[in-house]
Design a protein around this ligand. Structure first.
Ligand code: XMP
Length: 194
């Protein structure tokens, strides 16, 4: 049993949506899908920071067991500040350094929400000369979509609630949770109070 769902939650956690066991099972399945779909030769995995860091680490270790040994890089894209709403614009705070010309890129992000971040990242990889660009997200919130994009590999679909854990944060808190949970803003002093 991996999930320490019986440990005390930090306050503001309303309910656990996906346990550590649930996540591990989906990550294994996604690794299988990527392994079957992507060619081993020119694969570059690009993690979109910061929220994808735990998901990314689990994915690439899984790919090892599928004999996929991609080059790995990260980009830090910023679509909103410390609140819960993305702004309309996406900015590159840290660009990739791997040359992706002629390669098969798989972008990895924590959550596909309005889609602005991933849409921007896909266009960016094509502009850099990638031969193909696919995307893998742990969570998909289709009801919030603004940009014309869907992910090629999706872990879980979620309703329109704000989620934290397994890399996802609220104001840089909660990333360390081994599970994914819904955050409540009804607790006294929650939103903006940290
Ligand atoms: P867009 O709207 O561009 O957003 O698809 C992508 C980024 O927004 C963040 N995001 C969230 N972070 N819980 C979080 O912790 C959420 O429910 C949530 N929704 C969006 C996230 O960083 C993602 O990469």
């Amino acid at each position: 049993m991996r999930g320490p769902e019986n440990v005390m939650h930090p306050h503001h956690i309303l309910r656990v949506l996906f346990t550590a066991d649930d996540i591990a099972g989906r990550v294994d399945a996604l690794v299988g899908e990527i392994g079957r779909t992507c060619a081993a030769g020119s694969l570059v995995l690009v993690g979109i920071l910061r929220g994808s860091f735990i998901f990314f680490a689990d994915l690439v270790r899984g790919l090892f067991y599928h004999h996929l040994h991609p080059r790995i890089d990260f980009t830090l894209l910023q679509s909103y500040g410390s609140g819960t709403e993305s702004s309309g614009t996406v900015e590159i705070e840290r660009d990739i350094s791997v040359d992706v010309r002629g390669t098969e890129v798989v972008l990895v992000d924590d959550i596909l929400d309005t889609g602005r971040t991933l849409h921007f990242a896909v266009e960016l990889m094509y502009a850099k000369g990638a031969r193909s660009v696919k995307s893998c997200v742990l969570l998909d919130k289709p009801s919030r979509r603004v940009a014309p994009i869907s992910a090629d590999f999706v872990g879980f679909t979620v309703e329109d609630v704000f989620v934290v854990g397994y890399g996802l944060d609220y104001d840089s808190y909660y990333r360390e949770l081994p599970y994914i949970a819904e955050l409540t803003f009804t607790h006294p002093g929650a939103a903006g109070g940290q």
